[in-house]
Design a protein. Structure first.
Length: 112
């Protein structure tokens, strides 16, 4: 197996793992938001990020396990990477929603 084939295989595996992680994060997005949304939206951004990560870990883990049922041949290291990336993506998506929903509307100016 040449270097090119090894690199192609590695990049293909990397892309597959990212796709599986993104799929798991997308599937649990609503559940994560329902679990942490109201409370996290009242927190400062850094605190909300930690809160979302801690409170949504179990939800994401369950969803990743469902995704991994279709890929039993994946190595344990690959499965751990998918879990980590899915949690990271779920946190980023929840924080994006928090930012969007808590954006302050600009004040309407009125002529004197």
């Amino acid at each position: 197996m040449g270097l090119r084939a090894i690199l192609q295989s590695w990049f293909q595996d990397d892309r597959t793992l990212r796709t599986l992680a993104a799929d798991a994060a997308r599937r649990c997005e609503t559940a994560v938001w329902q679990h942490v949304g109201t409370r996290a939206s009242t927190m400062p951004l850094a605190e909300a990020r930690g809160y979302v990560r801690a409170r949504s870990a179990a939800i994401v883990r369950r969803q990743v396990e469902l995704v991994l049922l279709s890929r039993p041949q994946l190595a344990a290291a690959s499965q751990a990477r998918i879990r980590t990336e899915a949690l990271d993506l779920a946190v980023v998506r929840a924080i994006d929603v928090i930012r969007t929903r808590s954006a302050v509307q600009p004040a309407m100016r009125r002529a004197a």
